[in-house]
Design a protein around this ligand. Sequence first.
Ligand SMILES: Nc1ncnc2c1ncn2[C@@H]1O[C@H](COP(=O)(O)OP(=O)(O)OP(=O)(O)O)[C@@H](O)[C@H]1O
Ligand SMILES: [Mg+2]
Length: 424
Amino acid sequence: MKELIVNIEKNGKLIKAGTIRGNDYSDAVFCYDNEYLENDNTPISISLPLQNEPFSVKQTYNFFEGLLPEGFSRKTVANYFKTNEEDYISILEQLGQECLGAIYIGNTSNDSAIDGTYEPLSDELLKNLAAEGATTLTKILAETHLSLTGATGKVGVYYDEEGDKWYLSKGTAPSTHIVKQSHVRYKSIVINELICLQTAKLLGINVPDSFIINTGNGKDEDILFATKRYDRILSDIKIDGLSVPYRLHQEDFAQALGIDAASKYETTKKGYIAKMFALISNVSSKPIEDTGELWRRIVFNYLIGNTDSHIKNYSLVYNNELNKIKLAPAYDIVCTTAYNTSNDMSMYVGSKLKINEIDKSCFDEAALEAGIGKNIATKEYEKMLAGFENALSEATDLVKSLGYKEADNIKEQILKTGGFQYIS
Ligand SMILES: Nc1ncnc2c1ncn2[C@@H]1O[C@H](COP(=O)(O)OP(=O)(O)OP(=O)(O)O)[C@@H](O)[C@H]1O
Ligand SMILES: [Mg+2]
């Protein structure tokens, strides 16, 4: 029988929330501790409300498996730990000490969430991380006990902005940035992501500060995409002169809605968009603001040709006290249509899934299903449409001014392949 202790950080302190028990992933169940329940704490997920009874295998799986890397990244860490990639319990046991949000898996010697050290990350290691796929990545993940979701190779690292230096976080020391690798099959994906995020920002969408790390000559094999974690805020506490962040809790919409990671794409109509808006209006501390913001993102992902805007690419973030929830900033926005992947969006917009079949009437349908007023939905939609081309040009120029000439080509691809072409 395995037992995994599940802690959550609140204001820099780890609180034991409960335990996952089971022989393996096929029968493991999570149950809150009595003490956690008695002290009127916050549920660790909207999908795991406070209750005395253990949750089902499925509920446990949907939330905790949803904390792990996916696809090829999962395979490589599973190999490293000599376990089966489906065995999420064993992987979480190894990697759950620095997750997304404020969950910490494992026994802790005290209640401080910020024990540990920062070890300088050499230029050479950063270069290796940019240059090749799995080996350096897996080594870093294993050494830092870090689990980040998604399919792209990525690590969580500490960045000292003042000193412009990178560090690996050891022990329970939290990271400040997520750093993603390029992809051999998707040319210029790092540049693509930065252009998309900058365009979104110019259209008023809330995005995290993100930038490109160039470890060489700016080619795909030299560059990494870095994004500042919105689920970390710097505290007054220091380790070796470096300010240590507190962890803010976050969960993605799949976890919050109890949807397993394998169902992150809406391949048959299940009403994901309507479910997302219902969730926001139930849990957000700023439901009107967040409803507008979520709607703008749905329109934007279509315009820019991001067919990978699945339900794990939207998240909720909690405050330090764990008593307020907001829509997290937008992340993972890439013009995927540029790579000739699939024509299917990740969610139905009204009755249509194929990007080339979606038009304004589909957005009207989606707004109706989601309970958004038609006037507001149309006004926001038209604002996004009217500002799109200028914002894209401005974002492209900015990225080009950083020395990435490929930016022009990406812009051309966005206009040629994204949703904008169909409705402009
Ligand atoms: N700036 C950020 N701050 C905090 N968390 C973030 C940030 N950016 C991304 N994340 C979290 O990390 C997860 C993985 O990041 P991201 O979606 O960019 O990776 P990916 O591997 O490209 O994903 P996918 O499998 O969807 O292609 C996200 O689902 C999100 O929860
Ligand atoms: Mg993602």
